[in-house]
Ligand binder design. Structure first.
Ligand SMILES: *[C@@H]1O[C@H](CO)[C@@H](O)[C@H](O)[C@H]1NC(C)=O
Length: 574
């Protein structure tokens, strides 16, 4: 053992002892519980014991050999034993069994019949985070507040070194060595969902949608005071994409491996598994990935044009290169990054991403050559050949119709968009509550995605009233207009919101941490994951606030993306 480890051990030893009341001694320890004895002299004559014990961290329950126990809160318990009689100075001895989920709960205070015997203030529990978006005078649906909270959620998903203005205070720096396996700095970007893989494809779609929402619903953002948070949320991803674009035809599209990452339930700050970096290049192309990232960077360049022209221009250069890369070395990205296959395989191919990227470049540059390219992709891949159901990280066709129409005013695209919007209202499946149900996995997110398309259409003069009111109803379902559940599906917002999202970092306590109960413990997540939209109900309307149900109760960057944009739209029109 070297001197440093010895010092560390000594430190841990003393740190451990310092917080304990020494009239309580641990006798035996098991996983998740321990037995201890309380031994002290009675400070006065006792006729009936009343012993109050306070613990430093959360206790699940306390068991005794005799007497009875009352739980005051998660940290404080009162033991009463009316039969116990001792005179002042005589010893009182009690055996306790302490059950807990996470951090070993040391006794930091005890009071016997109103006399303080021990109090140790050296160990303090960090203050819980407060909602930075708490508005006074909340309206029935305070879209501005939820918009604000949605951006807070993105701060909870941040990977890499965190800035001083980080509002999610229970997060810390993590995954600082990402990319070290390939000699690049790939720190930063977003953790995908309840896990800690940085999946580039959905991260890029998330960024495109946040960008679209900010650019086309800037007024809504400004009205809610959220423009700067919108830019920050986009930049957190685009800074990472610029780093990941290591050469003209080389782009890192994933850090972390699904299997080992998902097998770990803990905080990203404490991860120790290998986090391999995966790339696409001229030999192994990745058209969907490069195309979607090009789209994200192009729309981001529009978003940053006003406030930071130099950054906007760097984003646009990379966007053009990545689009060229996507087009030139065509290949399904999951064949080049097979680790993504089980999670974000591109099911519908790359024709839509090529078209979508070219359209966003047309929007960002005003250069008609990109419209011509988009038209060529449209024809080549015959993007009208099957009907469209979802608008998602995989399938961008509904967005392609909207953008094409916006850029060309050509009614063939408008007609397709209208057919789709009509189908959503009268042809699609709904839950009994009235939520459009496009997928069992993350139904809420799919409803939010199409609500955004509908709100975008309304703003652009397409069947305004109908599209707006339908979308308002869908977002309303997510915010609590659902008589079956009478709940909001946004963590920390509205009535009866989910408290147990399938999300590792919010379900684990601060260090020193041990999160082996994080997934299974039945109580709420340790931290409130403000602003996260959970997966949502099944087709027949079933939903439970159950952390183990990752189909209906996970959260993800892509779940909140178009949702954020839709909220900005609703702020704008309400
Ligand atoms: C395209 O979008 C811009 C920005 O929202 C808008 O000003 C313009 O009117 C739109 N054009 C069409 C044809 O919808």
């Amino acid at each position: 053992m070297d001197a440093i480890s010895l010092l560390a051990l000594l430190f841990l030893f003393f740190a451990g002892v310092a917080g304990q009341c020494d009239n309580v001694k641990v006798l035996q320890e098991w996983q998740g519980n321990y037995q201890a004895e309380f031994r002290d002299n009675a400070p006065k004559d006792i006729d009936g014991l009343r012993l109050e014990l306070s613990f430093q961290s959360r206790v699940l329950r306390l068991e005794l050999q005799k007497g009875s126990v009352e739980q005051v809160d998660d940290f404080t318990f009162i033991i009463t034993d009316p039969a116990l009689k001792v005179s002042a100075g005589e010893e009182v001895w009690y055996l306790i069994q302490v059950y807990y989920y996470f951090t070993f709960p040391q006794v930091v205070k005890n009071v016997m019949n109103d006399e303080l015997l021990c109090e140790d203030n050296t160990l303090t529990t960090p203050e819980p985070m407060v909602n930075p978006c708490d508005a006074t005078g909340m309206k029935p649906h305070d879209y501005a507040q939820v918009l604000c909270m949605s951006y807070v959620f993105y701060e909870a998903q941040r990977s890499g070194p965190l800035p001083a203005d980080q509002r999610v205070t229970w997060r810390g720096d993590s995954a600082l060595d990402d990319g070290s396996d390939v000699g690049h700095d790939l720190s930063g970007g977003y953790y995908d969902a309840g896990d800690h893989v940085k999946f580039g494809f959905p991260m890029a779609f998330t960024t495109t949608m946040l960008g679209w929402g900010l650019v086309d619903f800037l007024e809504g953002h400004q009205e809610a005071g959220q423009e700067k948070y919108g830019l920050a949320a986009i930049k957190w991803a685009t800074d990472y994409f610029l780093k990941a674009h290591t050469d003209t035809y080389e782009f890192y599209g994933q850090v972390g491996s699904g299997g080992p990452d998902h097998a770990y339930w803990g905080r990203p700050e404490d991860m120790t598994m290998d986090r391999p970096s995966y790339k696409i290049d001229a030999t192994n192309g990745g058209t969907e990935l490069a195309g979607e990232t090009a789209a994200a960077l192009a729309v981001a360049s529009v978003a940053f044009q006003e406030s930071d022209a130099a950054y906007a221009s760097a984003l646009l250069d990379h966007a053009k290169q990545l689009y060229d890369f996507a087009d030139k070395y065509r290949k399904n990205y999951h064949d080049s990054i097979p680790d993504a296959s089980a999670f974000y395989r591109s099911w519908n191919g790359y024709g839509d991403e090529l078209c979508w990227a070219a359209l966003w470049l047309a929007k960002a540059t005003g250069d008609d050559q990109f419209i011509e390219k988009a038209k060529a992709h449209w024809e080549e891949f015959d993007l009208t050949k099957d009907s469209v159901a979802q608008f998602s990280w995989d399938d961008k066709r509904a967005g392609v119709y909207a953008l094409f129409y916006n850029l060309t005013s050509d009614t063939q695209y408008l007609d397709l968009l209208n057919v789709y919007l009509d189908w959503l209202k009268s042809g699609a499946t709904y839950t009994p509550e009235g939520l459009v149900h496009l997928d069992a996995w993350g139904a809420n997110r799919h409803a939010a995605n199409v609500a955004f398309i509908s709100l975008w259409a309304a703003k652009h003069g397409i069947d305004g009233k109908k599209n707006r009111e339908w979308a308002r109803g869908q977002i309303g379902q997510l915010l609590g207009d659902n008589s079956r559940y009478e709940r909001s599906f946004v963590v920390g917002y509205g009535q009866n919101p989910p408290e147990r999202p399938h999300h590792r970092s919010s379900s684990c306590p601060f260090p020193p941490s041990d999160c082996h109960f994080g997934l299974l413990q039945p109580g709420p997540n340790v931290h409130t994951l403000y602003g996260a939209l959970v997966g949502g109900p099944s087709q027949n309307g079933e939903y439970e606030d159950d952390r183990q149900d990752y189909v209906r109760n996970e959260v993800a960057c892509d779940y909140n993306a178009a949702f954020t944009a839709a909220l900005a739209a609703l702020v704008e029109i309400s």
